[in-house]
Design a protein around this ligand. Structure first.
Ligand code: KG4
Ligand code: ZN
Length: 336
């Protein structure tokens, strides 16, 4: 079998990343330069700062990815780059770098959808996983329940009507004074808390059983905190974190089970930053076991933003004949 080598590039939010992936599943390098420490100062991602930092880091990260893979640009069969959705100024840095390399070295360019990347992260450590399967994509910007019909072929069953799951984690974390990014911090203190201490709502959307809503839950947490302050009741952050986390997990698990029952698929995967949350992961694992459905998830480093997932998705797009021109542009609200 001929090796198809893809250089993946990702810069849609606050990680500058590059990776070399062979035949879609064999990761030879996965370099991630995180800006989290920088944005923590401001309590969230500052778009202007993100773009500037990407510009500073992108070439170095690409060089490191090639070096670690013991390859050069001449060994690459394609350059895969995230072109949306994401922050426009951040996306543009990766897209410009990829276009420059593609043009200078005459290497095919493949634009990749960020969510397709997250889904494809599952192929890397689960060599046997092939479509069709169901995938729950939960990140800072997205909450999608997706039917992966084939490589590059997706049907969105449900999406969030307001906040993304990760966004809710970030906002609640800020409210209880944990800082950015909220997900990992809430998960950490939740270990010390009681997930049943506070009864937070599990939202249901009347006209669409697969859509999500997390803004009501977020408001319920904020109201609870305000109520405690007004009535001079002691707030136990670990209990708030654990109860909130359980409410998010319960909602996501309930949707997953409903889709498994209705679509009779025998494989279920999770993806995106929130998929690294152990309460969610183990809850979905249990639900899948009960239904006799195979469960897949990437390891935490492949759940949050990275370029290996873009290399994996780019490989399948490349095989399908997808080629982007030098007019490839960043599309902040790109649809799957
Ligand atoms: O996929 P990702 O790195 O970026 C986007 O595409 O948005 O996801 C980042 C999001 C953040 O909202 C972060 O708080 C959340 O994923 N997250 C978590 C955990 N780790 C990251 N949420 C819950 N539990 C975690 N362990
Ligand atoms: Zn992401």
């Amino acid at each position: 079998e001929k090796e198809i080598r893809v250089l993946g590039i990702e810069s849609s939010c606050d990680e500058t990343a590059a990776a070399v992936v062979v035949n879609g599943r064999d990761v030879r390098s996965n370099i991630i330069s995180s800006q989290i420490a920088l944005h923590t100062l401001y309590g969230g991602v500052v778009p202007e700062i993100a773009s500037r930092k990407h510009i500073e880091k992108i070439n170095q990260v690409i060089e490191e990815a090639l070096k670690e893979a013991e390859m050069t640009l001449d060994d690459m069969d394609a350059i895969a780059v995230t072109y949306g959705p994401g922050l426009v100024g951040a996306l543009l840095v990766g897209v410009a770098a990829a276009k420059a390399i593609s043009y200078a070295r005459n290497i095919p360019l493949v634009g990749v959808h960020h969510i397709e990347g997250h889904i494809s992260a599952n192929y890397i450590e689960n060599k046997e996983l092939e479509p069709p399967f169901l995938c729950l994509v939960v990140s800072g910007g997205h909450t999608h329940l997706v039917k992966v019909q084939d490589y590059g072929k997706y049907e969105i069953l449900g999406r969030t009507r307001d906040d993304a799951a990760g966004e809710a984690f970030d906002k609640v974390a800020r409210a209880i004074g944990l800082g950015y990014p909220g997900g990992p911090k809430i998960e950490k203190i939740a270990h010390e808390g009681d997930p049943h201490a506070i009864e937070f709502p599990r939202a249901k959307i009347a006209d669409d059983p697969y859509d999500f809503s997390f803004s009501g839950l977020k408001s319920a947490v904020l109201n609870y905190l305000n109520g405690c302050k007004m009535k001079d009741i002691e707030i136990v952050p670990a209990d708030v974190a654990a109860s909130f986390q359980q409410a998010v997990a319960d909602t996501l698990i309930e949707h997953a089970v409903r889709a498994i029952d209705e679509f009779k698929m025998d494989k279920f995967a999770i993806a995106g930053g929130v998929a690294s949350n152990a309460t969610l992961r183990e809850g979905i694992r249990k639900a899948c076991e009960k239904k006799g459905v195979a469960f897949y998830h990437p390891s935490p480093i492949l759940c949050t933003d990275n370029a290996a997932m873009i290399g994996a998705a780019g490989y399948y797009e490349y095989l399908a004949g997808t080629r982007s021109g030098l007019d490839l542009n960043a599309v902040p609200n790109l649809k799957l």
